[in-house]
Design a protein around this ligand. Structure first.
Ligand SMILES: NC(=O)c1ccc[n+]([C@@H]2O[C@H](COP(=O)([O-])OP(=O)(O)OC[C@H]3O[C@@H](n4cnc5c(N)ncnc54)[C@H](OP(=O)(O)O)[C@@H]3O)[C@@H](O)[C@H]2O)c1
Length: 256
């Protein structure tokens, strides 16, 4: 399968290298296009199945899937300068660019996907929020299979994209803020910053794994930690009275 990636920045570069490191890597031939040839040639040197291109039209000409990974304000310029074939699939990761806009920028009616990953895509641990337009079930499976190589993918309606973006793409920054605050607490209590960071980050990872691998619910996991009369319930009640849940809800809703 031939995949063209337009834009070799944080996300485009992470998709290209992540795919090569995935189990399906050898099934893909990737051409990555960017005016900055230093970025594309570095990827091409590193991976046999990646080739570098500076001309977007050449990159997309025989691709099965075109992944658009440029900044949102460049989407119109890039799409109007390339010719897509009706058999091709367009997958845009540009935040906030709707299917209506994508359609108006394209020369042909193609199957389209909007995909919002988060920065953990560089470790193939991204949450990918995906919606589709004009696509068959088979095309949806192809895109889900590809992005499942880069983390966990969920298909939603376009109307849920903004909320999904707030929860996962912006949400990763809120989790990092929690880690940062935990480090500050640790330092005040006499722990070195790096040790505190490891303690909090591994706890966040463990909490997430309990939910993801145990298919459980945060409330039942919190129940297991909060011994009656114990120290954890004191902290939980302070989080409640100081407005931690309300702040998270407000922050996520504000990012929609
Ligand atoms: N970063 C995130 O967490 C995140 C999450 C979800 C979605 N997204 C979306 O992902 C998209 C890319 O974000 P990013 O963080 O990867 O941005 P980025 O690092 O700036 O990457 C974009 C790349 O596209 C290149 N480019 C500019 N004009 C181009 C053209 N005409 N043809 C081909 N390539 C061109 C840029 O080169 P120059 O640097 O030389 O301009 C840059 O290398 C954005 O639309 C963003 O909304 C990002």
């Amino acid at each position: 399968m031939k995949i063209a990636i337009i834009g070799a920045g944080n996300i485009g570069g992470a998709i290209a290298s992540g795919l090569m490191q995935s189990e399906m890597g050898r099934n893909f031939s990737v051409v990555i296009s960017d005016p900055d040839t230093a970025k594309t040639s570095q990827l091409a040197e590193q991976y046999q199945n990646i080739s570098a291109e500076a001309d977007n039209q050449k990159a997309v000409s025989d691709a099965d899937i075109v992944i658009l990974a440029v900044k949102p304000w460049l989407v119109e310029k890039v799409l109007s300068s390339i010719a897509l074939q009706p058999s091709q699939i367009l997958a845009s990761v540009a935040a906030g660019i709707t299917f209506e806009q994508l359609k108006s920028f394209c020369n042909a009616e193609v199957a389209m996907f909007r995909i919002i990953p988060n920065t953990a895509i560089s470790l193939r641990e991204s949450m990918n929020i995906i919606s589709s337009c004009n696509a068959t079930k088979e095309q949806e499976s192809v895109i889900m299979d590809i992005f499942n190589q880069l983390g966990f993918s969920m298909l939603v309606t376009e109307s849920q994209m903004a909320a999904g973006t707030a929860l996962s793409s912006c949400g990763i920054a809120y989790v990092l803020k929690y880690i940062q605050a935990g480090m500050q607490a640790g330092v005040e209590m006499g722990i070195y910053p790096h040790d505190a960071m490891m303690m909090v980050a591994q706890s966040v990872k463990g909490a997430a794994e309990l939910i993801l691998k145990g298919d459980t619910h945060p409330a039942s996991e919190i129940d297991k930690v909060t011994t009656p009369g114990g120290i954890t319930i004191k902290g939980i009640n302070i989080l409640e009275s100081e407005g931690f849940p309300a702040a998270i809800i407000k922050a996520m809703k504000s990012s929609k």
